[in-house]
Every structure is written in C-alpha cells, then in structure tokens.
Design a protein around this ligand. Structure first.
Ligand SMILES: Nc1ncnc2c1ncn2[C@@H]1O[C@H](COP(=O)(O)OP(=O)(O)O)[C@@H](O)[C@H]1O
Ligand SMILES: [Mg+2]
Length: 270
C-alpha cells in the first residue's frame, strides 16, 4: 500500500494543537477542539499521547502479561486517548476508568521489574493529566454528563474532539459549558505547507512516488487545489493516482493523470 509506512509529520496545525493541549493541562480546563474530517485531529491526538505505543502496552490479556512489553514510554504517559463509541455509550465511564487503571498497572509493574521500585497506584487517574475524547459528535447529553463527572471528580484536563459546530452544540448545556476553558479550531494545511510536504516529505508520507515523477509543477499545484490541504483527501487522491499510473503503464504524473484520479474519486472532493 501506498501509505503503509506513513510517518507522522509535525505540521504547524499539529504544533498549534499540542500547544492547546499543553494549555488545557496547565489550567486544568475542559477544551473543545473542532475541525473538518480528514484534517488530522485523530492522528494528532494519538501522536500527542504517544497512543500507538501506550495502547499496545496496556493491551494485556491476563495478569502474567502485564508490563511484559512495556518500556520507558509508560512512565512518561500522562494522557488517555479514548474514542467515543459509535453506539451505546453507557459503559463509557467504565471504559475510560479501565484505561486509566491499566496504565497504572503497567506503570507499576514496569517500575518494579526494571527498577525494583515498589509502589502501587491508588486510583485510576494517578499520573494522568489529560483525557482526550475523540468523536464527541456521537455523544448524547447524558454521555457528556458522564465526561463532566469524570472531570469533576479528578484533578485533570479534558479535551473533546469533534466537528465544526460542536462548540455551539455544547454551548446549549450550561453544566458542561461553564467548565470549558478553551475552544480550538484544527485547520487544514496551508497551501505553502501542503506544497512543502508534497515536495520534500515524500518519505514521511510513505509515498512510492517521487518529485521526479511529476511532469511539471502544475501537477503538484493541481493536487493541492483539489485536496484543499485536507490530509485524508491527499491520501485518497494519491491512491487513485498510483492506480491510474499502474493501469496505464505510466511513470509520470501529469496534470491529466491528476484529473482522471480526481474524477474517479467517489466522494469528498468538489
Ligand atoms: N500530521 C500528519 N502526518 C501524516 N499524515 C497525516 C497527518 N495528519 C493526518 N494524516 C493523514 O490523514 C488521514 C486522516 O487523518 P485523521 O487524523 O484521521 O483525520 P480526522 O481525525 O481529523 O478526521 C490519516 O489517516 C493520515 O493518513
Ligand atoms: Mg478522526
């Protein structure tokens, strides 16, 4: 696959997002982060929380496995990343508690095994500074209340991630809204940055296509125009481009190839 080795690129929007997270932690606020699908909200949250690593370390199936694949990252982990369930969010509090508990268990075990330190965490959120909840749009008001309750009972920050408009929807619930300190818009890539990434960061994007494969600058420019700086659309467009090059036995990305690729995309690109 084209994007199989995609590396995370620390974009300007990511850095803004990270500053937003830091600020929420500093003031122990609830923050809302809203942005259009595909701009990188989920990936940025996972990167900020080191979740690709933490998720694996806390996925133990029985007591014997606890901490066996842990490393120093668990000691630094201060953020829980949680995706709101698509249906039936009744167990949400339990699930988030369980993640916090597992992080504590693995941390305790790792300290014991690697350093001989024996200390037991006393509650689920020990050492946790921030809980990021993704896909907040899925939640009903009762579920939002559950989150507020977790926030109220613990000394931590919370970030709710959703689509544009969510900040207005939440404003209708004064119980929750009165606790919200910051709202942050996660924007798409700027034209300049999209250019920069397409020209210099092929490796990071995991693309098999190189700059030399473009016939001219115009082809790059049209990709940026078509995708409007949306990461997911860039990814989808390149998947089509690769397919079209393959089918037609072509080696160069011309503007025609880009346009055929665009036309073959089903949704999402106007
Ligand atoms: N900073 C980034 N570096 C590399 N690829 C990214 C980055 N942000 C997003 N992407 C790509 O865009 C896709 C969509 O990102 P995602 O975080 O799922 O968007 P959102 O949650 O905002 O809908 C990802 O699967 C990934 O391929
Ligand atoms: Mg997402």
């Amino acid at each position: 696959m084209l994007f199989s080795k995609t590396k995370f690129i620390e974009t300007k929007e990511y850095r803004r997002f990270a500053e937003f997270c830091d600020a929420c932690i500093k003031y122990k606020y609830i923050g809302i982060c809203y942005g259009l699908p595909g701009v990188g909200r989920t990936l940025s949250s996972r990167y900020y929380s080191n979740w690709d690593f933490i998720e694996k370390q806390i996925a133990y199936k029985n007591a014997k496995e606890i901490g066996t694949n842990a490393d120093e990252k668990i000691l630094e982990a201060r953020t829980i990343f949680y995706t709101a369930p698509a249906i039936r969010a009744t167990k949400m509090t339990d699930e988030i508690n369980a993640i916090g508990g597992r992080m504590g268990m693995v941390r305790t075990m790792y300290k014991m095994v690697s350093r001989g330190e024996e200390e037991y965490s006393t509650h689920s959120y020990e050492d946790i500074d921030l809980i990021i909840v993704d896909e907040i749009d899925r939640l009903k008001v009762q579920n939002l209340e559950q989150l507020r309750d977790i926030y109220d009972r613990n000394d931590l920050a919370m970030i709710l991630i959703g689509m544009p408009g969510i900040e207005k929807r939440l404003a209708r619930y004064p119980q929750l809204y009165s606790r919200i300190g910051f709202a942050h818009e996660f924007d798409k890539l700027s034209k300049d940055e999209a250019h920069h990434i397409l020209e210099y960061k092929w490796g990071e994007l995991g693309l098999s296509i190189k700059l030399e494969d473009f016939s001219d600058y115009e082809a790059i420019t049209s990709i940026i125009k078509i995708t409007g700086g949306n990461f997911r659309l860039i990814q989808r467009l390149f998947t089509q481009i690769e397919r079209i090059l393959e089918i037609n036995n072509l080696e160069t990305i011309t503007i025609e190839v880009v346009e055929v690729a665009r036309d073959s995309l089903v949704i999402g690109i106007k």
